[in-house]
Design a protein around this ligand. Structure first.
Ligand code: AMP
Length: 291
């Protein structure tokens, strides 16, 4: 496994692979890797000759400075996990490498339309602009055949899908399932911020999502199901609910009447102590890769 810190070094290495006819799969991450990330690396490796993992805590996608500063940095440990997973190349650039002019300057503004205004868009202004910029940079730098993302950040995946289509990036996107702890908590680098007491409560989000999904499948009223779910989270003293929404998978707009169960996704975001947790569930799990 080779580690590159600069764009020219990475490009040179990947050019050599390409000359030998090797296909390249990219997994963009911000590090503090866990089994969720590793599942993406394994997918990248099984579907390509060369698996590349980028580790970069992208400042322009943080709308909260404290969240950025608290973000765990564990590059050495990350590399120990990446190697046995089959990762061939790790790209760990500096801020200067990624944003030579500084990242506080006026950034290009991307407009993803209404899908970026719902859900996370309401609570994290500027977040998807930063994601769009850094993912565009990484796709241009690596020029992968395929890029792998998690359903954990489903709205992000839909936005990157739009970005790739609108700018004709020559990459195939793959959406991979959410990897969870035994109790259902979606794995996340931010889970390390939970105290033991908070961790014991953390599976509530997945339980509420799963129960709401079952109720919708049994034909219960979507508004009643949504309100019950919100109430369950809001009444737990450890959580501060941001949103629980039952939405149309294409527009991400809330639905108030069910036409087809196929096209529904349930999204939640809540603070548990200092950790902001997000999770989602699809009624039809194949929908993520369809988009
Ligand atoms: P991050 O390092 O949080 O930016 O995540 C990098 C990639 O890993 C993103 O595509 C995430 O959606 C994905 N990811 C994060 N957590 C999980 C998880 N629990 N299961 C599957 N993929 C995940």
């Amino acid at each position: 496994m080779q580690i590159c810190n600069t764009i020219p070094a990475l490009r040179q290495l990947l050019d050599e692979y390409r000359k030998k006819g090797k296909s390249i799969g990219l997994v963009p991450t911000m590090g503090a890797l866990h089994s969720g990330h590793i599942s993406l690396i394994e997918k990248a490796k099984s579907g390509n000759d060369v698996a590349v993992c980028s580790i970069y805590i992208n400042p322009t996608q943080f709308n909260n400075q404290e969240d950025f500063e608290m973000y765990p940095q564990t590059v050495e440990k990350d590399c120990e996990l990446l190697k046995p997973a089959g990762c061939d190349v790790v790209f760990v650039p500096s801020h200067e490498e990624m944003y030579p002019g500084g990242f506080h300057n006026d950034l290009t503004k991307l407009d993803f339309g209404s899908i970026s205004e719902e859900l996370e868009g309401k609570f994290r202004p500027g977040h998807f602009n930063g994601v769009g910029i850094v993912v565009s940079k990484l796709l241009n730098i690596v020029n992968p055949d395929k890029a792998f993302f998690g359903q954990k950040d489903l709205q992000q995946f839909l936005i990157i899908n739009k970005l790739v289509k609108d700018f004709s990036f020559g990459v195939e996107l793959v959406c991979c399932p959410i990897i969870r702890e035994k109790d259902g908590l979606a794995m996340s680098s931010r889970n390390s911020r939970l105290s033991q007491e908070e961790r014991n409560e953390a599976s509530l989000l997945f339980k509420v999502l799963s129960q709401a999904k079952e109720k919708l499948i049994f034909g219960e009223d979507v508004n009643v199901v949504g309100n019950e779910a919100k109430e369950k989270i809001a009444s737990n003293k450890f959580f501060k609910l941001e949103y629980f929404e039952i939405v149309d998978i294409k527009s991400l707009k809330p639905i108030h009447q069910i036409k087809g169960l196929e096209d529904i996704a349930l999204f939640v975001s809540a603070y548990l102590g200092k950790a902001r947790l997000i999770d989602n569930i699809l009624i039809n799990a194949t929908k993520c890769s369809d988009n």
